[in-house]
Design a protein around this ligand. Structure first.
Ligand code: HEM
Length: 442
């Protein structure tokens, strides 16, 4: 019997991917997909990198065929910074620890965090004087870090924001180097990227270990996430040790503020560039809230605010790419991936698919007031067993922060220059987003 040939997608030489500067990567993947199709592959040494943007096949990678994969190299290279918390661990530790952390994200608990989200936004906005220019990305970073640390760890980290930001900036600045082929060889060498990463890790470690010590000394809410993690060290079940608590806590602290802060900064950027949408948001907030701040009970009525946040994450998905490494032979659609092949899905590319989002570059929150797009045409929070544990937290935070700030003021653009993206671990703005504080129109 003659073996039937398996189809292969359009195949491009790997140097076209590997030699690319990181800043041009999202645009390059988008162009390649538009020109070559919704599955394209690059040959890298003896393996292939498959770029998969057909929704049903993205579902296979993230959900139905997920057991055939482990996390890709980008996440593995983060271990040097965040250790092996939920984001970077593999089975069986991942499932065991996910069960441990999950109660902190139950609906009822998240509702309780809403008051902190509103209070922190109000406190920061109160410090912005009319006419002043603010770096909105820096401000959103502060708000988001304070929200996650107060909600989940019962700690006020407002005095530590600069330390965390600097450590994270320093660590991310080494990311391009650390992603180079064979960079692992230099992980112990005393070269600048290794030294920078170690220093960043030491700073973050010191912060998290101090939080742990304070909690142990009785200074903390017995029901918060840190207490839950520490209880699993002390119950002798062998689930977590001190280092395990540090990894989980640091992962939540970083994953829980960097992403949301970027999404919020891009939201205010897009609003500042689209007067019509901004005015519509203001009218909607006025209709729902009058002259008061939002509460968690207002969330169902804040549908247009939600649409603004959803549309922002379509155009600027904080997690812009996700990769998985095949650990065994696996079929994705008609294609066969061999062990060691990589499946890449990109929210940045998928979210610009004109089949589901006509005129894809247009910022149009109205898209979200009608029928939803197909599954995995839009997936800012990933999917399957690695779905973002903070998804509900992030939606609530996004809506409440936008509503609390935008009902008080406009954040207007100071110039016409567009701000480009810096696609590292998350999709950051390449330069500060500077906006001017102005009173809201009546
Ligand atoms: C707009 C905000 C956010 C976005 C866009 C986002 C996006 C994502 C994505 C795409 C993943 C999956 C990564 C993968 O499949 O490899 C993920 C995982 C994760 N996120 Fe988020 N995230 C956000 C906010 C948060 C928040 C607020 C928290 C915690 C407070 C959080 C904690 C985590 C954790 C711990 C994981 C790993 C989950 C696991 O593998 O079990 N994220 N996030």
């Amino acid at each position: 019997m003659v073996a039937t040939e398996r189809p292969t997608p359009p195949t491009l030489p790997g140097f076209r991917l590997a030699a690319r500067r990181i800043t041009s990567m999202p645009g390059f993947l988008l162009k390649t997909t538009r020109e070559r199709g919704h599955v394209v592959r690059f040959r890298l040494f003896r393996r292939y990198v498959y770029v998969v943007t057909e929704p049903s096949l993205v579902e296979e990678v993230l959900v139905s065929k997920a057991p055939a994969f482990i996390k890709g190299r980008g996440t593995q290279r983060l271990v040097g910074l965040i250790g092996r918390g939920l984001l970077s661990s593999e089975q069986p530790e991942h499932l065991r620890n996910r069960r441990l952390v999950q109660p902190a994200f139950h609906r009822k608990r998240i509702d309780g965090y809403g008051a902190i989200m509103i209070e922190r936004s109000r406190a920061h906005a109160a410090g912005w004087e009319a006419g002043a220019t603010i770096d909105v990305d820096g401000e959103m970073n502060r708000i988001a870090l304070e929200i996650v640390s107060k909600s989940l760890f019962g700690r006020d980290l407002s005095g530590e924001v600069e330390t965390v930001s600097h450590a994270l900036d320093a660590a991310f600045s080494t990311f391009t180097f650390r992603m180079l082929p064979l960079a692992e060889w230099f992980d112990s060498a005393p070269i600048p990227p290794t030294r920078t990463l170690r220093a960043a890790r030491a700073q973050l470690d010191a912060l998290v270990y101090r939080m742990i010590a304070e909690h142990r000394a009785g200074d903390g809410d017995p029901d918060d996430l840190l207490s839950m993690l520490l209880a699993s060290v002390d119950d002798d079940s062998g689930t977590l040790d001190d280092e395990g608590v540090r990894d989980e806590a640091l992962t939540i602290l970083l994953a829980g503020h960097e992403t949301t802060a970027n999404a919020l900064a891009w939201a205010f950027y897009l609003l500042a560039r689209d007067r019509e949408v901004e005015e519509r948001l203001h009218a909607h907030l006025h209709a729902v809230l009058g002259d008061r701040d939002p509460t968690v009970e207002d969330l169902p009525a804040l549908d247009y605010t939600r649409a603004v946040f959803a549309e922002t994450m379509r155009l600027y998905p904080p997690a812009w790419i996700t990769s998985r490494l095949a650990r065994k032979r696996v079929e994705i659609g008609p294609y066969v991936l061999e062990p060691g092949d990589i499946a890449m899905v990109s929210q940045y590319v998928s979210h610009r698919d004109a089949r589901f989002f006509p005129d894809p570059e247009r910022f149009d929150p109205d898209r979200w007031l009608g029928a939803a797009p197909p599954n995995f045409a839009y997936f800012p929070f990933g999917g399957g067993n690695r779905l973002c544990i903070g998804e509900s937290f992030a939606w609530m935070e996004g809506i409440l922060v936008i509503a609390t700030i935008a009902r008080r003021m406009r954040l207007a653009r100071v110039d016409d220059a567009p701000v480009g993206t810096l696609p590292l671990v998350t999709l950051r703005p390449i330069a500060p987003i500077r906006l001017r504080v102005e009173p809201r129109s009546a």
